[in-house]
Design a protein around this ligand. Sequence first.
Ligand SMILES: Cc1cc2nc3c(=O)[nH]c(=O)nc-3n(C[C@H](O)[C@H](O)[C@H](O)COP(=O)(O)O)c2cc1C
Length: 148
Amino acid sequence: MKQVLWINSCMRGAGQSRTLELCRTFLEELRVRRPGLKVAERDLTRAELPVMTAELSRRREELAAEGREDPLLLPAREMARADLVVVGAPYWDLGFPAALKVYLEWACTLGIINTHCVAAQGLDIRGNDPEAILREAQERAARLAAEI
Ligand SMILES: Cc1cc2nc3c(=O)[nH]c(=O)nc-3n(C[C@H](O)[C@H](O)[C@H](O)COP(=O)(O)O)c2cc1C
């Protein structure tokens, strides 16, 4: 494994996003285990990609067929280049942030053969201990980084 693509849809950012903390634990452990690993971040918190439309989809096909380099082809290219894709996805409104869905439509994630999920659940349920839940998820993330 040489190239990691780290897809950051942790909209609330550092200091607030617990998903970001979880991802950082995983990535730090991975870096320790695999010196020389390259990690490229796709920051979705700025939501720069347009929503996919039929016209844009056609445009993307044309650009690809012409062998052109274009920012609209970057998501698919970086996904294809990555040996490992790490997705930071907070649970929002029974799903994940819209910017991640937009990105996935641009990236077209075909060809991914193996997936792992590390989730910190029930963080905002009254009576739960969010620090303990997050810590336990971070331990699982660190173990996964060691095993992967
Ligand atoms: C905009 C927003 C929507 C949310 N929607 C849900 C939800 O539908 N169900 C749920 O169980 N928790 C929901 N939550 C709680 C989050 O999953 C929880 O606060 C989590 O820590 C958010 O991830 P983050 O800390 O990485 O930002 C929501 C939080 C936010 C800020």
